[in-house]
Design a binder for this molecule. Structure first.
Ligand code: ARG
Length: 397
C-alpha cells in the first residue's frame, strides 16, 4: 500500500488502461480507477474488473446518470445549448460532472492527485484541468497522454510488454465518446472535411425506417423539463433513452460540422444526438409560444454565452452560476405540449399548445371578427419612425 494515491478517470479503453501501469511506473503512486457512468454503453463491470487486473489498487463504478440529467442536461436543455449553433455539448457537459465525482472520491480516499486520459490537442483536457483546479487547486493533475508521446502502436506494444489486458476489439480508426446526451465521433477518414461520413460510423442513428414512413410524438413539458411522451409520464432520463431509440431509427440527430476548439484548432466533428436535437427544438418552440419577445431575445444572448462557457470548461465559475439562475427563472411558464413529426432523416415541430400560451387568435387572425384596431397601428408606427424621419430631413439623403 502506497501513501501516494491518484484517482484516474478511467474509461476501460486503451489509453486509460495503459495509463494505470504508466502512472505507477513514472509517478510511483497507487492508482484508484474511477469509472463514472454517464450513460455510456458497454460492460462497465467488466471494465472495472479489468482495471484491477491491470494494476489498479482499486476500481469503482460511480453511477452519475441521474445527476447528469438533473444538474447538467436539464440546465442545458432549458438554455437550448448548442455550441456554434450546432453541437449539443454532450461530451463537454459530462466533463465537469466527472471532475466533480473524481474530486469527491479523492476526498474520501485521501488522494493527492487526479489523472485523466486526455490528449494535448483537445478540449477535454481543459475541462478536466480547469474543473479540478476550480474545485481543489491542491490536487496534482497528471495527464499521461500529454507526457508519454506514444503512437497507438507503441501503446499496444507497451500494453503487451506489461501484460496489460486491453481487450482489443476490431481496430477502429475513430475516436468515440458517448453519454446519454450524445455520441461524438472524430478521427480517421473524417479528418478530411470534404469526405461524407461513411454509414459505418453511426451507431445511434442506424436507419431502420424507409423514406415515406413517419410518426408523430407529443412531448409534454413542465417548467422547461419534458415529463411525458404521447401522454405517458416518465422520468427525464427515460424520455431521453426512449427518444434516442425511436428517433435514431429514422436517422434523426446527425450533426456534421467544423468546430472551433478552445485551443485554436478547427476540427471536423460528427455527432449523433436524436433526443437532444428533438428536445432542444421542441423546448425552443414552446418558449416561442409562452415567453414574451424581450425575454426570448435576451435569453438567446445568454444561451450563446452559456454554450461557450460549457465548451470552454468554465462550469464551476460565478458567471455560469449566475446564468444558470437566470435560465431557471425564465422557465416558470414553459409548460405545455409540442407535437413533433419524425420522418426519414428529419423531424419538424408541427404543433404546440400551452395553458400559458401568449398567442391570441383574436389579435393574430386575418379573418373577420378580429379584435384588433388598425388605427392604433398607424399612430404607433408614426412614433416608431420619427427618429429616422427627422434624420432623413436633416441629412437630406
Ligand atoms: N469536440 C467535442 C468536444 O470538444 C467532442 C470531443 C470528443 N471527445 C473525445 N474524447 N473523443 O466536446
Amino acid at each position: 500500500m502506497n501513501e501516494k494515491k491518484v484517482i484516474l478517470a478511467y474509461s476501460g479503453g486503451l489509453d486509460t488502461s495503459v495509463a494505470i501501469k504508466w502512472i505507477k511506473q513514472n509517478y510511483g503512486m497507487d492508482v484508484i480507477a474511477a469509472l463514472v457512468d454517464c450513460g455510456q454503453p458497454g460492460d462497465l463491470i467488466e471494465a472495472r474488473d479489468r482495471a484491477v487486473k491491470n494494476g489498479a489498487e482499486e476500481a469503482v463504478i460511480i453511477d452519475a446518470k441521474d445527476e447528469f440529467v438533473s444538474d447538467f442536461i436539464a440546465p442545458s436543455l432549458i438554455a437550448n445549448l448548442k455550441y456554434e449553433k450546432k453541437y449539443i455539448l454532450a461530451t463537454a457537459l459530462a466533463r465537469p460532472l466527472i471532475v466533480k465525482k473524481l474530486f469527491e472520491l479523492a476526498k474520501v480516499k485521501k488522494a493527492t492527485a487526479i489523472a485523466h486520459g486526455c490528449t494535448a490537442k483537445g478540449n477535454d483536457q481543459v475541462r478536466f484541468d480547469v474543473g479540478i483546479r476550480s474545485l481543489n487547486p491542491d490536487l496534482k493533475i497528471i495527464a499521461p497522454l500529454r507526457e508519454w508521446n506514444l503512437s497507438r502502436e507503441e501503446e499496444i506494444d507497451f500494453a503487451k510488454k506489461n501484460n496489460i489486458d486491453i481487450k482489443i476489439t476490431k481496430k477502429s480508426p475513430y475516436s468515440i465518446d458517448e453519454n446519454l446526451w450524445g455520441r461524438s465521433i472524430e478521427c480517421g477518414i473524417l479528418e478530411d472535411p470534404w469526405i461524407e461520413p461513411p454509414e459505418e460510423i453511426f451507431a445511434w442513428t442506424k436507419i431502420k425506417k424507409q423514406i415515406g414512413q413517419k410518426e408523430y410524438l407529443e412531448i409534454d413539458f413542465q417548467s422547461g423539463i419534458p415529463v411525458s411522451i404521447n401522454g405517458k409520464n416518465d422520468s427525464f432520463l427515460n424520455i431521453i433513452k426512449t427518444l434516442n431509440l425511436i428517433a435514431g431509427e429514422y436517422g434523426i440527430g446527425r450533426i456534421d460540422m467544423i468546430e472551433n476548439r478552445l485551443i485554436g484548432i478547427k476540427s471536423r466533428e460528427i455527432y449523433e444526438a436524436p433526443a437532444a436535437v428533438i428536445l432542444i427544438e421542441a423546448h425552443r418552440n414552446l418558449e416561442s409560444l409562452v415567453l414574451d419577445r424581450e425575454l426570448l431575445h435576451y435569453k438567446y444572448l445568454l444561451e450563446e454565452k452559456m454554450a461557450e462557457l460549457v465548451y470552454y470548461g468554465l462550469w464551476f465559475t460565478p458567471l455560469m452560476n449566475c446564468i444558470k439562475s437566470f435560465m431557471l427563472a425564465t422557465q416558470e411558464f414553459v409548460s405545455g405540449t409540442i407535437k413533433v413529426k419524425l420522418e426519414y432523416k428529419t423531424f419538424t415541430v408541427c404543433g404546440r399548445k400551452s395553458e400559458y400560451s401568449l398567442y391570441d387568435k383574436g389579435l393574430a387572425t386575418y379573418d373577420k371578427g378580429d379584435v384588433f384596431e388598425p388605427r392604433h397601428s398607424e399612430s404607433f408606427i408614426k412614433l416608431w419612425g420619427y427618429p429616422y424621419e427627422v434624420m432623413a430631413k436633416k441629412r437630406k439623403i
